[in-house]
Design a binder for this molecule. Sequence first.
Ligand code: G3P
Ligand code: CA
Length: 274
Amino acid sequence: MTAPEVVAHRGATAGAPEHTLAAYRHAAAIGADAVECDVRMTRDGVLVCVHDRQIRHTSNGRGIVSALHLAELEQFQFGPRRRRNPWADDEIVAVTDEPDVENGLVLTLDRLLDYITATPGTVRLAIETKHPTRHARKVEEALVACLRRYGLLGNGRPVEWAGKPAVRMMSFSQLAVRRMADLAPAVPTVQLIGKRLRPVRRELLNGAATAVGPGIGLLRADPAFVADAHAAGKEVHVWTVNRAADLDLARDLGVDVVITDRPDDLLHRLGRGG
Ligand code: G3P
Ligand code: CA
């Protein structure tokens, strides 16, 4: 059975603050196949790599991303000043005084793509759009424009690096996935699945996405979902796989991609560690 691809969740967050270039560089350096980033749209329409609606957990500022202009966000220090516990989403474990290697500026998707495309093939990218309702389809339109600028839209088929899509779009929103599939049919999409699987199982397997993305807890409860997804022609990308037992389950079920806060540990367990 083929081993799953390893995707570093928000960068290699055990080694550096999430959504910083330091975290993404670290993930690439240890051999992760891809990195994951969350994107939100600022008030003036710029895509930035921030997970939460608010910025207080990952910067020294206060406010809602979609209500602030990029210039306002850039007044705050991101990443190096604050660090979230990667295993407990709402817990800040340290306010660090690490050297400000990235100037502490909020990471824009453009800056991340500058890095990713500087050495094509080193590490691929999974982009999760967050809360598309406030800006409606502008988020997906901006994402498509961004991918076009970087030559990542594909033409009839995805741009591939080492035989895998260079970039994928993911969302919990079925509407956002449908919009992306309409706007950029060559970009693979992952329909993320939150708390409930059974009520929407059939709908997901027939949806627009090229892959489905359940949480690992959903697979523990419904392991047959992987075979059913494969039978429906969809890859299975599972999050967030941090424990050895969960990696074993994902491998046994034939999961295609595991998304993890601990890429170093999983790569080691897969016999790929340095
Ligand atoms: O990869 C999917 C995963 O990132 C979804 O959860 O909250 O970490 O964005 P969250
Ligand atoms: Ca995410």
